[in-house]
Ligand binder design. Structure first.
Ligand code: MG
Ligand code: MG
Length: 249
């Protein structure tokens, strides 16, 4: 069931989103060669708890950390570790969720660590562009797959491929609510968007081909061809005249 949030629920989600954005801001300043992914995770957890919120991902289906941190060919769900040290030229995808008074915010961003290659830089820009191309269609009375289609057309138009195994989602009282939001597909299909719906839109885009696999830790997902992957996500509110980003400062 797809819910439409009340004014009060939206206020709480704005605060959850602000806390997630604040954690991203702190992470963006901390990412540099020599820093471990565990240090970044500790920073994320500290910012969330200092703001009276709870990390959404910690213990979610058994996930052992507050942030998912996925480097280079890792697509999503990388597990932070004191032994995983960032190097110059890495691209680092950080996915953060926070629960504030029972409501979630969810946002992922891929960061350049030091000086990255030109192709890595293009992948980061292209993945962010595909998110915002999808958001252009996030508006009451559009259909859900208008968002999906715009993401796919943008990413593939730049020569990249779209991961199929993971999708965007409704978000609110639960981290993952209906509907599922693929990052590909034909336009003008599926749910008709209504004001008050809150959605997490999150393209995962590969430099090479679209196939992925899950490593033996049961979480870390990588590209099969070991090409670079990037991930950008915002939690948004659907409005009559467009959308509002909730995961922002
Ligand atoms: Mg996320
Ligand atoms: Mg999400």
């Amino acid at each position: 069931m797809v819910t439409r949030k009340s004014k009060r629920e939206i206020e709480l989600m704005r605060e959850a989103g602000r806390i997630v954005a604040l954690a991203h801001y702190e992470v963006s300043k901390a990412i540099k060669p020599g820093v471990s992914t565990k240090e970044l995770d500790d920073l994320v957890e500290r910012v969330i708890r200092e703001n009276d919120a709870i990390p959404s991902f910690l213990n979610y289906n058994g996930f052992p950390a507050s942030a998912c941190i996925s480097i280079n060919e890792e697509v999503v769900h990388g597990i932070p570790s004191p032994h995983r040290i960032l190097a110059d030229g890495d691209i680092v995808s950080v996915d953060i969720g926070a629960i504030y008074k029972g409501y979630h915010g969810d946002s992922a961003w891929s960061y350049a660590c030091g000086q990255v290659s030109e192709e890595a830089s293009k992948l980061l820009e292209g993945t962010k562009a595909s998110l915002f191309a999808g958001l252009e269609y996030a508006k009451a009375n559009n259909r859900l797959s208008d968002i999906s289609h715009a993401i796919q057309v943008t990413a593939e138009g730049l020569g990249f491929s779209v991961v199929r195994e993971f999708v965007g989602h409704g978000v609110g009282k639960h981290l993952h609510e209906d509907p599922q939001i693929p990052n590909y597909g034909p336009p003008h299909r599926g749910l008709i968007l209504k004001s008050g719906m809150t959605l997490a839109i999150e393209p995962m885009i590969n430099l090479g081909n679209k196939e992925v696999k899950v490593l033996s830790d049961g979480w870390t997902t990588i590209t099969r061809d070991k090409s670079l992957s990037a991930h950008f996500e915002h939690t948004i509110l659907i409005k009559d005249d467009g959308y509002e980003i909730l995961t922002t400062l």
